[in-house]
Ligand binder design. Structure first.
Ligand code: ZN
Length: 129
């Protein structure tokens, strides 16, 4: 564990423009200027038009790919921004699931829904209001 802490400290020193985040299973480096080029973090539509301020957070994985780390604010497109302001999590989720499925050329399924829901829940917890 000590080695890992030293490694993370070393990483941060090498990457002053990035945030080094120690997840449970992995260490992630995320550029700090992410908010300068927001895309919609909710439905994946590009570009996002708005950034909701949020704390850094870990999004638990629903697959074998490992946890994701979200740094800073979340970009949102006009439609997702509207749903978030209305606190309509069901509409937000439905939109994201449908758009993700469409882009991947797959039918929406439970795994995709769960993945989107987990991500959106992490946002509502980390959101700074
Ligand atoms: Zn969106």
């Amino acid at each position: 564990m000590k080695d890992r802490e030293q490694y993370e400290q070393w990483l941060q020193e090498q990457s002053p423009d990035a945030v080094v985040i120690a997840g449970e299973n992995m260490t992630t480096i995320v550029p700090r200027d992410r908010e300068a080029r927001p895309i919609c973090d909710f439905c994946g539509t590009v570009p996002g038009s708005y950034v909701f301020p949020a704390h850094d957070t870990t999004i638990a994985s629903v697959s074998v790919l490992g946890d994701n780390v979200s740094v800073g604010g979340w970009g949102a497109c006009d439609m997702c921004k509207k749903y978030i302001e209305l606190n309509d999590v069901k509409a937000l989720e439905a939109r994201a699931v449908n758009l993700f499925a469409q882009r991947r050329g797959i039918e929406p399924d439970e795994l995709l829904s769960r993945s989107v829901r987990t991500s959106h829940r992490a946002f509502f917890k980390a959101r700074i209001t």
